[in-house]
Design a protein around this ligand. Structure first.
Ligand SMILES: NC(=O)c1ccc[n+]([C@@H]2O[C@H](COP(=O)([O-])OP(=O)(O)OC[C@H]3O[C@@H](n4cnc5c(N)ncnc54)[C@H](OP(=O)(O)O)[C@@H]3O)[C@@H](O)[C@H]2O)c1
Length: 285
């Protein structure tokens, strides 16, 4: 089947990685159903003739079933589902409320489950591909970003189980683990810090310093979202894609993190927190 004949759904296509992926995949001849939540994004996406914008909040059962109906009515079939939509919740875990943690999982894990389960019957006859937008936070747990890291670790476990269940039926499950990518996610992280929600926390000094450090790094040294979009394209077109793709400048560092003993990684991370906090204090932040 040529790319032109294949349809793909991307969630969270209104901005960042999702938008870049929708544009890039569409430019390569795929027909893209691009899920977004706000009218402006849907309007923008509609300018591309290979894109069908669909209103989609992955936590909404109604939206999910509407999207399934649209795809069925258009009779395009579905070759790919790119589970990209995601949010970030951060803060010292001993201060993060159960509601915040639930809200984090609602999108990054339960939303993924809801849409994947609903669209699986369309992916099955196509022997299609499910791409999960995990993160380096899906295998390396950064302190003070506990809710987000927990959700991405859960997504990794979910994907491994799913892959082992459905691979014999011809549907592939592939994880992407991006490092820092320059997208609006960093502005959203900055907003969390600016709200100073955790300013009374025992851990505020460290959490704030580490948050500022991560945001600055993300904005200045992140890869462009097109790097992830191209990886998605490879996954959709390669005869035999790998199970996981790290998309980052410093891949080797990440690969090391995966194999070093956790006690050793803990020492490096704790040292880093102390260094970054000291530096922030010196700068008078
Ligand atoms: N940027 C990075 O450095 C990085 C690194 C690793 C992994 N990732 C992952 O990459 C994915 C995309 O993030 P991004 O960096 O491109 O950030 P982003 O620009 O903030 O994109 C996230 C997208 O998800 C959408 N979204 C949020 N809640 C949703 C919901 N309930 N239903 C449907 N869509 C929803 C957002 O829509 P609204 O605009 O309507 O809120 C937005 O379009 C996320 O899963 C993220 O965890 C990013």
């Amino acid at each position: 089947m040529s790319n032109t004949a294949k349809s793909i759904l991307i969630t969270g296509a209104g901005s960042g990685i999702g938008r870049a992926t929708a544009d890039y995949i569409a430019s390569q001849g795929f027909h893209v159903y691009a899920g977004a939540r706000n009218a402006g994004d849907l309007q923008d996406l509609s300018k591309n003739k290979n894109i069908t914008p669909v209103e989609l909040d992955v936590t909404s059962t109604k939206d999910v079933s509407e999207v399934k109906k649209i795809i069925e009515q258009k009779q395009t079939g579905l070759f790919g589902l790119i589970n990209n939509a995601g949010i970030i919740k951060a803060g010292p875990l001993m201060d993060v409320s159960i509601e915040e943690l639930r809200a984090q999982f609602e999108v990054n894990v339960f939303g993924v489950h809801q849409i994947t389960q609903a669209l699986f019957p369309l992916l099955l006859p196509a022997k299609g591909r499910i791409v999960m937008m995990s993160s380096d936070s899906g295998f390396f747990a950064t302190p003070f970003v506990g809710p987000y890291c927990s959700s991405k670790f859960a997504l990794e476990g979910y994907s491994d189980s799913l892959r082992r269940e459905i691979t014999p039926y011809g549907v592939k499950v592939i994880l992407i683990e991006p490092g820092r990518i320059q997208t609006p996610i960093w502005d959203k992280g900055e907003q969390i810090l600016k709200n100073e929600k955790y300013s009374q926390s025992l851990f505020w000094k460290e959490a704030k310093a580490m948050g500022e450090y991560a945001i600055q790094k993300g904005r200045t040294s992140g890869l462009p979202p097109l790097a992830v979009a191209k990886t998605v394209y490879h996954i959709l077109t390669a005869a035999d894609p790998k199970l996981r793709y790290i998309v980052a400048e410093n891949k080797l560092e990440y690969q090391l993190m995966k194999i070093l003993p956790a006690s050793y990684v803990d020492k490096i991370v704790i040292k880093k927190i102390q260094e970054v906090t000291r530096l922030a204090a010196r700068k008078g932040r």
